[in-house]
Each structure stands twice: as structure tokens, then as C-alpha cells.
Design a protein around this ligand. Structure first.
Ligand code: ATP
Length: 431
């Protein structure tokens, strides 16, 4: 071999090595860009990171990006193989093809595929940020060709009867968001945050009827009782807003705010007889029980109000709902300075829980991560009535949905105290 030939050979081998490096780059780019965290890239872009903005631009036109990578990959691969084959044939004749195939398969697999892709998958975010500017230039060059190829392929697919891909539905987006919450949260430290995020996504599925204070527990007052008596009752109540009724409890004529009443009382030199309490009340705001929590939250914000009366389709009072009831759906129980803080659910040593019949299934599911169905009943007592289809006796035990329910107390037709135990609880099973 002459010096010139040796130089040419070295140059060709150097170029093949360069092509293999390009191959490794494309492999790493594809893996890193498709596995990079989308939420992280959006956050970084919002914070002013220009490389993250480039990653988002590339991902926004994913088909073009992947097409360009594929084009580059194929081009480099074929070029490297042809060059290596022609060198090998020149040196070893026909057998050279076999040597090149064996050597290139190992080299490409290890150094241009597995190694860069493994590295990229382990460091997807930094690699994606690092290669984004180069990839953008590359896509700018090859993008138009890829676009033309895609149009041609889409035309062929349409001629063969393939459907165009459907746009992502709202349900699918919500499911993706829920999945992201479950997947990304570490087990214990972020339990609370995860619960709140889940509850926020549920706001559109839950109706006010499910979280309201039922009319049987609502404090309402007859506006026609003597003013001194009415004022004393309002002051004695733990609540700030009291619905007032006339003639019958269903006929709500207004809602009195304790502070408005005190202000008026002060203006009347503390003489209750000078006051007509009903005149101080604001108009009642009635809402249907089928209003979702998201709609109601929005309505509370728009009307600058915190209190609404829930009615059924016939206009009968079902209960009351306040801003706090909705916030509690997200953050859990809020006990303010006037609330009477009774533990509604008392854990027992054997792993069971004793609770009032009025405890809501939503609260139980949220606080204990249970999955009791809340479609047909709102409270634990309601669920027992629904499942047993009878008014149970004290001492009766029911088992359904993976739980055991024991009736501890009943008042007339109301189940007032229940013992609930997960059935697969080890300590209960051994009893
Ligand atoms: P505020 O916090 O503005 O002084 P509040 O403590 O009286 O008002 P909210 O904080 O709005 O009332 O609500 C706390 C809980 O009390 C909610 O579950 C709500 O449904 C309930 N609630 C509010 N008013 C009444 C009422 N008149 N009768 C029964 N329950 C009420």
C-alpha cells in the first residue's frame, strides 16, 4: 500500500467513526427528548430557561422531530455501512462483507445504540436540554423534507382507509393528569398534597348535595318569634349566618348575618324590641342540589358570598352549603374557633373505626384512602340502608365492599353510630 492509500484508508476509517458518533447522537437525542419530563420543561420555560423553550418547541412538533432523527439515522447508518463494506472488500475480498457485518453489528449495537440510549434515559432532562439547540438546527434543515414525506404517507394511509388520529378529549386529559399525580408522588411525604390534588380534580364530579349540611342539622329560625328571643338564639348559635323562615321551616325568607344583627342592635342602643330582625336579613340564595362543586366555587367567588341554600327539583330545602364546605373537600376538615370539634371517626385498637352514621363516604375515602362507593349514598348510614335494603337493628352486622359494618346505635329510623372495619384487617381476621 502506498502512503496515499494508507492516508485515504485512515481518513475513511476516521469518517466512519464520525458517522458512528452521529448515530450515537441521534439515538441519545431521540431517547432523551421523548423521555424528558414535560411538566419540568414547561416550568423551566416559564422561569426563563431558553433551552427548555427549545425542547418544548421540538416536542410541539413531535412528528417532524422524530422524522428528522429517523432520516439522519438512516442516512448515517447506510453511509457508514457502505463505506466500511467497500474498505473491507478492498482489503479481504468478498469475505470482507462478513467481517464488516459482524464488527459493525457489535460496534453499532454497543456504542451507537445501547450505550447512548441508556445514558440518555438515565439523564433524560439534562441531555434533552443540552442537545436541544443542535437538534433544532437539524430539524430546521430536514424538517421540510420530512413534512413532504409525512404528507405523502398520510395521503397513502387515507387512501388505504386509515382514520385520522382523534384529538385528545377532556376525559383523556383529566385521566392523564390523575395518572401523573399518582405516578409522580413519593409515597409518604407528599400524601397530603396528593390527596388535595386528587380532590381538586374531583370538584367537577361532586355535587353540592353530597357535601352540604343536611337540613336536619341546619340551624334555621322562625323570624316571627319575639326579637329578644330570636337575637338570643342567634347569639347562642355557633354559626354566623342563620336562615330565617316564616310560617313553616321550608319557607326561608332571608339569611341573617350575626354581625349585621349586632351592628343594628348597637344602633338601637341594645334594645331588641326596636329591631325587626327579618328586615336585616339578606335575600336567600337558592341553588339546585345538582350544582357541581366547581360551579359553586366559581359562583361563590363571582357573587362574593359564602352561603347558599340547597333545594331539590321541587324547590324544597335540602340543606346548606358554604364556601368552607367546598374548601374542606380539598384540604380536609377545618375546625374554626366556634366549631364544636368532635372526633367523628374514632379509631379502635382492633383496627376498626367507630363513627356517626352521618359521616360522609367522601370524607372516609379521602381520609383513609378507602374506596367505598358514593354514587348511591352520601353517608355511611345511607350506604348501609342502600345495601341492606332495610332499617337495621342495633347489633346487626353487614359485610359489603370489603368492609364490615356493625350497627351500634339507632335513633328512630336513623342509624346514629356504626363500627366499620376493613375485612382484610389482620387483627380482625384472627378474632
Ligand atoms: P364564618 O366562618 O364565616 O364565621 P361559620 O363558621 O358560621 O361562618 P362556615 O365557616 O361558613 O360557617 O361553615 C362551617 C360549617 O358550618 C359548614 O359545614 C357549614 O355547612 C356549616 N354551617 C354554616 N352555617 C350553618 C347553619 N346555619 N346551620 C348549620 N350548619 C351551618
Amino acid at each position: 500500500m502506498t502512503d496515499l492509500n494508507i492516508n485515504m484508508l485512515l481518513l475513511s476509517i476516521g469518517f466512519i467513526v464520525f458517522l458512528l458518533v452521529c448515530l450515537a447522537f441521534f439515538g441519545a437525542a431521540e431517547t432523551a427528548l421523548t423521555s424528558a419530563s414535560k411538566p419540568l420543561m414547561h416550568t423551566l420555560e416559564a422561569e426563563g430557561d431558553r433551552r427548555a423553550a427549545l425542547v418544548n418547541r421540538l416536542l410541539a412538533r413531535r412528528e417532524r422531530l422524530l422524522g428528522s432523527i429517523l432520516l439522519g439515522n438512516t442516512l448515517v447508518n447506510i453511509l457508514a455501512t457502505s463505506m466500511a463494506s467497500s474498505i473491507a472488500i478492498g482489503m479481504a475480498g468478498e469475505a470482507g462483507v462478513a467481517y464488516v457485518t459482524a464488527i459493525l453489528t457489535v460496534v453499532v449495537l454497543v456504542f451507537a445504540e445501547i450505550m447512548p440510549k441508556t445514558f440518555a434515559i438515565r439523564h433524560a432532562n439534562p441531555v434533552a436540554l443540552a442537545i436541544a439547540p443542535l437538534m433544532l438546527g437539524f430539524v430546521a434543515i430536514f424538517g421540510p423534507a420530512i413534512h413532504a414525506i409525512h404528507s405523502f404517507v398520510n395521503l397513502l394511509l387515507r387512501l388505504m382507509g386509515a382514520q385520522a388520529p382523534e384529538a385528545q378529549t377532556l376525559d383523556a386529559s383529566m385521566a392523564e393528569l390523575r395518572g401523573a399525580i399518582e405516578v409522580h408522588a413519593a409515597p409518604d411525604e407528599v400524601q397530603g398534597e396528593r390527596r388535595m390534588l386528587r380532590s381538586i380534580l374531583d370538584l367537577n364530579d361532586v355535587e353540592v348535595g353530597e357535601v352540604m349540611t343536611h337540613r336536619s342539622n341546619a340551624v334555621t329560625m322562625d323570624c316571627d318569634q319575639p326579637p329578644a328571643q330570636l337575637i338570643a338564639a342567634i347569639l347562642a348559635s355557633p354559626y354566623t349566618r342563620i336562615p330565617l323562615w316564616r310560617d313553616k321551616p321550608d319557607n326561608i325568607i332571608g339569611v341573617i348575618h350575626a354581625k349585621d344583627m349586632l351592628r343594628a342592635l348597637h344602633g338601637a342602643d341594645g334594645n331588641p324590641d326596636k329591631l325587626v330582625v327579618a328586615d336585616l336579613a339578606s335575600d336567600p340564595w337558592f341553588i339546585p342540589e345538582s350544582t357541581t362543586l366547581l360551579e359553586q366555587l366559581d359562583a361563590f367567588q363571582k357573587r362574593h358570598e359564602h352561603f347558599a341554600l340547597v333545594v331539590d327539583e321541587y324547590g324544597s330545602l335540602k340543606g346548606i352549603v358554604t364556601l368552607e364546605d367546598i374548601i374542606e373537600e380539598i384540604v380536609g376538615d377545618i375546625v374554626d374557633e366556634h366549631d364544636i370539634a368532635l372526633p367523628e371517626v374514632r379509631p379502635q385498637a382492633d383496627g376498626s373505626y367507630i363513627m356517626g352514621g352521618a359521616v360522609t363516604l367522601r370524607d372516609l375515602n379521602r381520609d383513609h384512602e378507602w374506596k367505598l362507593p358514593d354514587d348511591d349514598a352520601t353517608t355511611v348510614a345511607g350506604l348501609i340502608l342502600h345495601e341492606s335494603r332495610q332499617i337495621p337493628q342495633v347489633g346487626q352486622i353487614f359485610r359489603f365492599h370489603g368492609f364490615q359494618f356493625e350497627i351500634l346505635r339507632r335513633h328512630r329510623n336513623q342509624i346514629t353510630l356504626v363500627k366499620v372495619a376493613p375485612i382484610n384487617q389482620p387483627r380482625l381476621a384472627s378474632k
